[in-house]
Design a protein around this ligand. Sequence first.
Ligand code: FE2
Ligand code: FE2
Length: 150
Amino acid sequence: MAHEFIKHLKEDHEKQRELGKELQQAKDPKKREKLRQQMHEELNPHVEGEEASIFDYMKKTGGQAHEEALKAIQEHHIAKIVMNELMNLSLESEVFEAKAYVLDELNTHHMDEEEETHFPLLEEIADKGQIDELFELYEETEEEVEKKLI
Ligand SMILES: [Fe+2]
Ligand SMILES: [Fe+2]
């Protein structure tokens, strides 16, 4: 049985997967605006929350966990850059769909890796009490980032 924190992260991922697909398909500028805003509000608090909790923990653990955490943080970095570019792009730009495609490609790859490698690794190296604490840290950070977005 996965920890409720892991379930929560996977539910967030599902929302991002759906929004990523919708954003690529949207042609209407109003729809694009709404969807990119939703994606931004999903993606940013999620990645900041992960960095403050699971990846910080994995970094401190050392060894393979440390290496994996560093790679995941770099992937977050690139996803945020592409997300910000998409936020600043004209809704009628000819590259809107291509950029939304690339964002979805890299974010989907990243989320698959988290689900297949990072979350199982975390559950090996941390006990339930530690994951409970990481969940609290995640939620605190997520809330702080959400406040900044409003
Ligand atoms: Fe992530
Ligand atoms: Fe994630």
